[in-house]
Design a protein around this ligand. Structure first.
Ligand SMILES: NC(=O)c1ccc[n+]([C@@H]2O[C@H](COP(=O)([O-])OP(=O)(O)OC[C@H]3O[C@@H](n4cnc5c(N)ncnc54)[C@H](OP(=O)(O)O)[C@@H]3O)[C@@H](O)[C@H]2O)c1
Length: 228
């Protein structure tokens, strides 16, 4: 049985990808924050042998370390760091953003994911994939329309940090930054272009295609390279 660890699997894209891989025969370890009921808990109670739930807030270093200790000795084929956030006020310019909101979004979208990658990465098999949920809005080259300045900046920072991580990793490890497309979730909103149902199989295929392919890629939902 192949195994995936999904950080941020309580709902939205993380939950949908977890459910998709479960349906394809994978074992899923998914994380939630706190102990409130989530759809992932329903999945776990329906599939107790194939779904395990752990808890982590990626902005809390101690919680990431505790998760690493809990998972000691495990081997995953894929680590997907999916957790992310956006600002409620998407139109606010970066110069008007409060330091608190700047810190919250950057911690959640850039520092937290990289701490998770650095702390949990050695649980992934050598040919396994470490994937991080970025966004097309993290692309500097494709920012021709502006807007969502803090979100864009946080994902661009994430991309840059993954480049540095890839250099440290030496090129042998499959690494992936995903631009999943605009998807109807709490973060994506009602008007988003794609449903979760049509996106989950594509994102699962994207993940599976990277296993055994060394190096860092920044890919969209169709497997096309996104300009950095
Ligand atoms: N939807 C889109 O159109 C779109 C497009 C491009 C990229 N993305 C990226 O895809 C990822 C998932 O987005 P989504 O649309 O599925 O959003 P979502 O429905 O709002 O779900 C966000 C997920 O991240 C988790 N999370 C947030 N902050 C966390 C933290 N500090 N620690 C641990 N988990 C945390 C949430 O857990 P809780 O339930 O505990 O809050 C939830 O599981 C994000 O990285 C997002 O930036 C989304």
């Amino acid at each position: 049985m192949q195994r995936i660890l999904v950080i941020g699997a309580s709902r939205g894209i993380g939950l949908a990808v977890a459910a998709e891989l479960l349906a394809r025969g994978w074992h899923v370890t998914g994380t939630v924050r706190g102990s409130a009921p989530t759809p992932l808990r329903v999945l776990a109670s329906d599939h107790p042998d194939a779904v395990e739930i752990a808890s982590v807030d990626i902005t809390d270093t101690a919680q990431i370390s505790a998760l690493r200790r809990r998972l000691e000795g495990r081997r995953f084929d894929i680590l997907l760091v999916n957790a992310g956030t956006a600002s409620p006020n998407q139109d606010e310019t970066i110069g008007r953003t409060s330091p608190e909101e700047f810190a919250r979004v950057m911690l959640t979208n850039a520092l937290g994911p990289m701490r998770a990658v650095e702390t949990l990465g050695d649980l992934v098999a050598p040919a396994g994939t470490i994937a991080v949920m970025s966004s097309g809005q993290g692309s500097i080259a494709e920012n021709t329309r502006g807007g969502r300045e803090l979100y864009r900046g946080s994902k661009a920072a994430l991309n840059q940090f993954m480049r540095s991580y890839a250099i440290r990793a030496g090129g042998a490890r499959p690494l992936l930054l995903i631009a999943p497309g605009w998807i109807r979730t709490e973060l994506g909103g009602e008007g988003a272009r794609y449903t979760l149902a049509e996106s989950a199989p594509k994102l699962a295929e994207l993940l599976l295609a990277q296993v055994g392919r060394p190096g860092l890629r920044y890919l969209d939902r169709d497997g096309r390279t996104v300009a950095w």
